[in-house]
Ligand binder design. Structure first.
Ligand code: TNX
Length: 529
């Protein structure tokens, strides 16, 4: 009998084991990981079911090499209504910032490790940039209200471990300030917004037919005359050298490098107005698109103006301009344009312009057409239509218009957008799904041309949320999944709103109506059994 009983028990266990996949697994809710929605998605992320409750009194402990990261953290804690005291040391607070150059082997020059446990937060990196990026990830775990000092009450962080290293070193945004000018306030705000998503290059298209936007002391007429116009209904203006320098400092504090573009030898009418001797053509037949006075160009045509490449004074001009731009630019790159022009001397010009840039200690970037010329192999090509037969083996920034031209419609038929590259527009999914399989690619950059982008609201609408998809594609190492990305992005809506971004409410995202947003929504709760 006892034996029989044992057999029955044995059979029962065996059946249970065999059918285990059919037995519903009852989740222990205390073990359910908390959902975090950091964008760009970190390389490695382990989130537990536990929380860390931020106390009213906090200690930020940092080693001297990490000092630049401290104010960013202080600012977030202040916005969260808790106090923080700062102490130099090693692991001596509940917030610990550690810069350790030996981590470069593991984390590169932008990576970081962020750990949140029951005692607090440890953020480590080899560099200031890495610490800054770790803080941006933390920032996304704080309630959206911190963006505007709107947080009420206490809140929690999920206990987690993140190790994060970017895929590409070039994660860029370009604004055309030449067709329609956008000044210091907007550009600073844009830099702040880029930083949240770990973008690190801001390319300014500073000159074009419609306007010249950077002051040069050696050639004052460029702004005295050339900055007065814009595209029809756009804004005119320019950055003084002081402003340009201030903007670069502001960007550098957020690990963003500014790349100035002087578009040569075409797209140059605003400079020809200032220095007519640089031209060999009479543009008066352009009327009535040219308006008086002075005869500014306000139209949309491209590829019609150029420097007179057979005149020696043109090379003196280019030398003056590049020399001074190199002097006032902190970053290592100068963009020489080079797009949309036909001229028998084009290749000769590009080779000379590239050598002038190098002569002043900078690296040249040009739109992909420049690779038709035998330029140096240090030059970086910016790909926009993929049609150029390159004769050089150079590094590439991917800005292919089908995925990255943000002057194109968010959705088919959107007003005030271009459609020459892609008739149905450049959707969030088009941006997100891009992947480069070319080993020369060093990163991604999305340009916003502004012939049809006339004010800040329109510019916000073209940039956001598509810029976030660029950020994730350029940073994240992991496999991409658009549905999962959209889920994460949904939780960013209230933060974008609090930051005052006039984003495009993409039908792809099914976002909440602005008035229904809850600014304290990101509060993590412990799942108790
Ligand atoms: C092409 S792509 C341009 C710009 C225009 C833009 C309009 C490239 C290098 N040049 O000059 O603004 O199309 O979509």
């Amino acid at each position: 009998m006892r034996f029989l009983f044992q057999i029955v028990i044995f059979l029962f266990i065996a059946i249970l084991a065999g059918c285990s996949s059919f037995i519903p697994i009852v989740n222990d809710t205390s073990k359910t990981p908390i959902r975090v929605s950091i964008i760009p998605k970190p390389m490695e992320q382990r989130v537990s079911a536990k929380i860390y409750i931020i106390p009213k009194k906090n200690v930020i402990c940092f080693n001297p090499e990490a000092s630049k990261a401290v104010p960013w953290l202080q600012k977030m804690l202040q916005a969260s209504n808790v106090s923080s005291e700062i102490v130099v040391g090693n692991n001596c607070g509940n917030w610990n910032l550690i810069a350790d150059a030996s981590l470069e082997k593991v984390l590169g020059d932008e990576g970081y490790i962020l750990e949140i446990n029951s005692k607090g937060i440890i953020l480590k990196s080899a560099t200031q940039a890495g610490l800054f990026y770790g803080i941006q990830s933390l920032r996304q775990l704080f309630p959206a209200g911190i963006e505007n000092n709107l947080v009420e009450g206490t809140f929690n962080l999920p206990q987690l471990y993140i190790k994060d290293i970017p895929k590409y070193s070039w994660r860029g945004s370009m604004i055309d300030v030449a067709r329609s000018f956008f000044g210091m306030d907007y550009l600073k705000r844009h830099i702040d917004r880029m930083a949240l998503y770990k973008l690190n290059r801001l390319h300014l298209h500073l000159t074009d037919d419609q306007g010249w936007r950077i002051e040069l002391k050696s050639r004052p007429a460029l702004t005295e005359v050339g900055s007065k116009g814009s595209v029809v209904n756009g804004n005119s203006g320019y950055l003084s050298q002081e402003e340009y320098k201030e903007l670069q400092k502001y960007a550098a504090a957020r690990n963003i490098i500014i790349i100035p573009e002087i578009d040569l030898p075409g797209h140059i009418y605003s400079a020809l107005l200032a220095y007519p001797e640089l031209s060999c053509e009479d543009y008066s037949n352009l009327k009535p698109q040219v308006v008086l006075p002075p005869e500014l160009y306000t139209g949309y045509r491209v590829g019609w103006s150029k420097l007179c490449l057979k005149k020696p004074e043109v090379y003196k001009f280019v030398d003056d301009v590049i020399k001074e731009i190199a002097e006032i630019t902190d970053g290592p790159w100068i963009h020489i344009g080079g797009d949309e022009i036909k001229d028998p001397l084009y290749k000769t010009f590009v080779v000379k312009a590239d050598s002038i840039v190098r002569n002043y200690g900078k690296t040249t970037i040009g739109w992909e057409e420049v690779t038709k010329a035998p330029v140096s192999n240090s030059l970086i090509s910016q790909r926009w239509n993929g049609k150029t037969k390159s004769i050089v083996d150079v590094k590439v920034i991917q800005s292919i218009c089908t995925s990255f031209y943000f002057d194109h419609a968010n959705v088919t038929g959107q007003e005030h957008t271009n459609n020459w590259c892609k008739k149905d527009g450049v959707s969030l999914e088009d941006v997100y799904q891009f992947s480069a399989n070319d080993v020369n690619v060093i990163g991604l950059e999305a340009p916003v041309w502004t012939e049809l982008v006339l004010d800040e609201e329109m510019l916000d609408n073209r940039l956001w949320p598509r810029t976030i998809a660029v950020a994730e594609s350029a940073w994240s190492q992991s496999d991409k999944n658009f549905t999962e990305f959209k889920d994460r992005l949904k939780t960013h809506q209230q933060r974008l709103r609090t930051m005052g971004i006039n984003y495009f409410p993409s039908p792809e995202l099914n976002w909440t109506k602005n008035e229904d947003l809850d600014l304290n929504q990101n509060v993590f709760k412990e799942f108790l059994p």
